[in-house]
Design a protein around this ligand. Structure first.
Ligand code: ADP
Ligand code: MG
Length: 625
């Protein structure tokens, strides 16, 4: 018999399991039972579409057997079984969910964190067993096969005997060591309590031969023991149980049983909807970002059950994209069991459920925002972008769901604020909701463009995410207040001193000269109304702001570069302006040099690249010498 090698990734995961110092090794049983239950589900599902297969619920169960003397723990099922190829492919090669966990392992030190928080599946058996044997007969196949492995060296496959379709997973439990008690996994009571703890909701009976003590017939104090097969689990799935009977820990356990994430959920939502649409659901808002969240591989969706039977692992139509981080399941009696993917999309019930679920999630988040502000801010750091993308996409049609969930950093409060908080604080004379865009809070704080608005005592929202300005553009206004960039042409603030036109006509020739020198780099050179202490800044005219130009041009597929209509604003009260006037009268070459320098400075302040850095630095040197 040939010893076959594990695939490299599997081997590493196996090593991790074998050498695990993880304290909750008991979860291996949860994994094996969940695989057994999956295998029965597969027959059930097959029977729905294949008339030759009859599914009589009574014939399907999971059996756990303990043999203390031989140190054997066996998990058998009457599920779909595995062919020789499947044994090789499914157990020799790391499985899908397992491989995801494995990728994550590279980021978590020591690796054993993942074992508790995430399903590592079948291989977890090696935490407690020296030898793992799987004997399986697949549905529709005449032969049974035995797969066996003692760990990382490899595995063997050979023909075996098994009368009925199904699978036995046989563990040879390790011997106790100085600091590990493996005997517990041969203890009937311990095994029973592990099953109750982790696998109570499994839909199929988990049977076990249990020792029962009974009073000997006709005697008074004498007891006799015998074995009796009992069903250990209650078989009531958590979502069918009463909310009042369940604790936070129950939901957290369900979250990790289902492999929804590595973290603990931030919030859970248990829905029992009756009326226009009937369904039960348990939804989770994760605390941490799923590690593949911003990758192409990430699939949004909820598990969809019809009357207790899983019909789809990830039903995307139940969640809008902006809530794609939500995990969980939905069970409805109103759905047909063998409904196809295409039909589902148009299903009226499903649409109603999706709408309902959307509202529930929104309300839960609003509640978090209202009652646990710090937690919400943490949540927003991770998933806020997603909400903002939601505002931006679909032509802003999600406004009602999302506008109150968005928070921004406030210049005044020095913390994150909601739009509602902003608007409720606005002084009577303030017309707009002001915002400033930049790479970071620190950079925005120093933006010259904010001077006038800040000086007026108005609050400014800081936009540090690429998507912010785009999202706000879609929103257009909040509670009838329009948004206004501090770099916008018209700020809606009356200048206190001379009017704009007066100053501009006074220095008309100088500004025209400067504009001509700069050519089409700028639309105009103007006297600034917004600058107080800084000499110069850029603003923009029209729909496209400078920040938007930056974002759009940074997109790799955007071949045609976009240009905002830029205005070079000069602070006429600044000493620099005197120098400009002086140069205009006496030395035009000097004026050109100053104009270039100021323009480039303004670009740098904006975080825009300057056209010719060498020339810029040479010009500075020219001034110094
Ligand atoms: P996962 O359950 O996430 O797919 P596992 O490592 O737990 O990953 O299992 C790997 C694969 O092995 C399963 O996907 C399944 O195809 C197969 N398998 C494991 N146990 C059984 C079983 N008792 N009956 C049938 N197939 C099984
Ligand atoms: Mg599994």
């Amino acid at each position: 018999m040939e010893l076959k090698q594990f695939q490299a990734e599997s081997k590493r995961l196996l090593d991790l399991m074998i050498n695990s110092i993880y304290t909750h090794k008991e979860i291996f049983l949860r994994e094996l039972i969940s695989n057994a239950s999956d295998a029965i589900d597969k027959i059930y599902y097959r029977a729905l579409t294949d008339d030759s297969i009859k599914f009589d619920k009574n014939n399907y169960y999971i059996k756990v057997t303990v043999d203390r003397e031989k140190r054997i723990l066996k998990v058998s099922d009457t599920g779909i079984g595995m062919t020789k190829e499947e044994l090789e492919n499914n157990l020799g090669v790391i499985a899908q969910s397992g491989s995801l966990a494995f990728k994550k392992e590279n980021e978590i030190k020591d690796g054993y964190d993942i074992i508790g928080q995430f399903g590592v599946g079948f291989y977890s058996a090696f935490m407690v067993a020296d030898v793992v044997t799987v004997i399986s007969k697949a549905l529709g196949s005449a032969e049974a096969y035995k797969w066996e492995s003692q760990g990382a060296e490899g595995y063997t496959i050979e023909k075996a005997e098994r009368d009925t379709v199904g699978t036995d997973v046989i563990l040879k439990i390790k011997k106790n060591t100085e600091d590990e008690d493996y005997d517990q996994f041969l203890d009937e009571y311990r095994i029973r309590s592990i099953i109750r703890k982790y696998s109570d909701f499994i839909r199929y009976p988990i049977k076990m031969d249990v020792t029962v003590r009974k009073l000997k017939e006709g005697s008074k104090g004498e007891f006799e023991e015998h074995k009796e097969e009992q069903v250990i689990n209650s078989m009531v799935p958590i979502w069918r149980r009463n909310k009042n009977e369940l604790t936070k820990e129950d939901y957290e356990k369900f979250y990790s049983e289902k492999h929804y994430g590595f973290d603990k959920p931030l919030r859970y939502i248990h829905i029992n909807a009756e009326g226009a649409v009937n369904y039960r659901a348990i939804l989770f808002i994760p605390e941490k970002m799923p590690f593949d969240f911003y990758t192409k591989e990430y699939e949004k969706g909820l598990e969809l059950y019809s009357n207790g039977v899983l019909i789809m692992k990830k039903c995307p139509d139940l969640l809008p994209d902006y809530f794609s981080f939500v995990k969980g399941m939905v069970d409805s009696d109103d759905l047909s069991l063998n409904i196809s993917r295409e039909m589902l999309q148009h299903d009226r019930q499903l649409k109603l459920m999706a709408k309902n679920i959307k509202t529930k999630i929104k309300n839960e988040l609003l509640d978090l925002l209202k009652n646990e502000r710090e937690k919400y801010e943490e949540f927003f750091k991770i998933f806020g972008r997603q909400l903002k993308y939601g505002l931006y996409s679909e032509f802003g049609s999600n406004k009602d769901v999302l506008q109150d969930l968005i928070i921004f950093y406030s210049s005044k409060e020095k913390k994150m604020v909601t739009l509602d908080e902003y608007v409720s604080r606005m002084p009577e004379d303030q017309k707009y909701i002001y915002y400033a865009s930049g790479d970071s809070i620190e950079r925005i704080e120093k933006l010259p463009q904010t001077e006038l608005v800040a000086d007026k005592g108005y609050e400014i929202l800081y936009f540090t995410d690429d998507v912010d300005e785009f999202a706000i553009r879609m929103l257009m206004s909040y509670k009838d207040k329009e948004f206004k960039s501090v770099s916008a042409d018209d700020l809606g603030i009356e200048p206190e001193e001379k009017t704009d036109s007066a100053e501009n006509s006074e220095h008309k020739e100088l500004f025209e000269y400067m504009k001509n020198h700069l050519g089409d780099k700028v639309k105009a050179v103007k006297a600034s109304k917004r600058l107080k202490n800084h000499p110069v800044c850029l603003s923009s005219e029209g729909e496209l702001t400078i920040e938007m130009e930056k974002v759009l041009n940074a997109m790799p597929y955007n071949q045609q570069k976009i240009k905002a209509d830029k205005i070079l604003e000069i602070n006429v009260n600044h000493d620099v302006f005197k120098a400009l006037k002086d140069a205009y009268e006496k030395d035009k070459d000097k004026l050109k040099l100053y104009t270039d320098l100021l323009y480039n400075q303004a670009l740098l302040i904006e975080g825009l690249p300057i056209d010719d850095p060498v020339e810029f630095t040479n010009n500075i040197c020219k001034m110094m010498v």
